[in-house]
Design a protein around this ligand. Structure first.
Ligand SMILES: [Zn+2]
Length: 64
């Protein structure tokens, strides 16, 4: 999938349970199942399956 911050197609993965909890707190959303994280080194930018730029400014998942 295309990554907005890498400006290229990159691998993404679904969020772990801990990352989902973090994102719920961060955004106030009840569900975050639609989000994917870019796995390019140092990126960790979030997108959904449909939106490449769901947050402005972008939200990156913090390192554990
Ligand atoms: Zn990226």
């Amino acid at each position: 999938m295309y990554c907005y911050t890498c400006q290229s197609d990159e691998q993404h993965r679904r969020l772990t349970a801990d990352e989902k909890s973090w994102l719920k707190n961060r955004t106030g959303r009840k569900t975050v199942e639609e989000f994917f994280m870019c796995t390019a080194p140092g990126c960790r930018n979030l997108r959904t399956g449909f939106q490449k730029h769901p947050f402005d400014p972008v939200i990156r998942v913090p390192l554990p």
